[in-house]
Each structure stands twice: as structure tokens, then as C-alpha cells.
Design a protein around this ligand. Structure first.
Ligand code: SF4
Ligand code: SF4
Ligand SMILES: [Zn+2]
Length: 148
């Protein structure tokens, strides 16, 4: 995983369905998916934090924990959605990076999201490996994480 795929809001773009769809070129495999190269590589924030934060919009900080009002209400709302539906937390990610390092964070993420079959990365939005589990996604385009 790459440092530049960690967005200022704490999202790990390498886990994102839009990033992984691009990486695996799912359009060529018959899926209608948005492609996104990641927040930093594309040079603008995704809909997550939108244009509503000036600090982020102007690229004034690398990570939200540098902000005086971290975690702001918007980030908390986003975080709650991700904790509930997508098995991850932006705020925890940011605190970990702040208290340790991006390098260590990336190492832990590689372990946490490893596909045991191909060594690739599991997508946080559906819990699938978009290399190994495409049939599941083909049968149910809205597939989201196995019920637990
Ligand atoms: S859509 Fe957002 S979270 Fe997904 S890769 Fe793009 S910037 Fe990252
Ligand atoms: S924590 Fe600060 S920098 Fe991050 S989105 Fe909220 S207001 Fe913007
Ligand atoms: Zn796999």
C-alpha cells in the first residue's frame, strides 16, 4: 500500500471500491463502476469531505488531526457510517497515524485487509477481493459484506 493513497480524512483509498475498480479495470469485465485514482493522486477531495472544508479544499493540511477542531462533526458522521457499514474508522486511522507513523499504519493495513487467496487487498465497501470474488459481485452487484 502507498502513503499517497491515505486521504487527509483518514480514508485508505486502496480499500475503496472506486480505486479497486480502476486498478482491476472492472469496466472491461462488464461492470459499471466509477474509477478513482485516490484522493491525493486525483488532486481533489472525494464526496466524503466534499468542498465543505476549506482546510482540505485548499490542501492546507496533510491529515485532519492537524486541524484545531479535529474531529469535526462532518468527520464524525462519516466515521460513524464507516464503522457501522464498512468495518473501519477514519478517526481511528488518523489517531493511529498521529500516534505512530504512516509507515506503521500501512503495514497494519496490509495485514488487516489481505486477501488470503491472491495476496491482494480486500475492499472495505463490500468485503470482497475484486480479483478473486468477482463472481459474487456479478451475481449481486449490490453485494455488501457477509452478514455476521
Ligand atoms: S472515491 Fe474517495 S475514497 Fe474512493 S479512492 Fe476516490 S478519493 Fe479515495
Ligand atoms: S477535521 Fe478539520 S480539516 Fe478535517 S474535515 Fe473537519 S474541519 Fe476539515
Ligand atoms: Zn484475492
Amino acid at each position: 500500500m502507498e502513503e499517497q493513497l491515505i486521504a487527509p480524512c483518514g480514508m485508505n483509498c486502496s480499500l475503496c471500491i472506486s480505486y479497486q475498480s480502476m486498478k482491476n479495470d472492472l469496466k472491461r469485465q462488464g461492470f459499471h463502476k466509477k474509477y478513482c485514482p485516490g484522493c491525493i493522486p486525483r488532486g481533489e477531495n472525494c464526496i466524503h469531505m466534499g468542498d465543505q472544508c476549506e482546510l482540505l479544499a485548499k490542501g492546507k493540511i496533510r491529515f485532519c488531526y492537524e486541524c484545531e477542531i479535529f474531529p469535526c462533526k462532518r468527520l464524525k458522521t462519516l466515521d460513524k457510517r464507516y464503522r457501522t457499514k464498512y468495518h473501519m474508522s477514519m478517526i481511528e486511522n488518523l489517531e493511529f497515524i498521529r500516534d505512530n507513523s504512516v509507515e506503521l499504519f500501512l503495514k497494519e493495513e496490509e495485514i488487516k485487509w489481505l486477501c488470503n487467496e491472491c495476496g491482494g487487498v480486500i475492499c472495505c465497501h463490500n468485503g470482497l477481493c475484486l480479483n478473486c470474488d468477482l463472481e459474487t459481485l456479478r451475481k449481486n452487484k449490490k453485494y455488501r459484506w457477509k452478514e455476521e
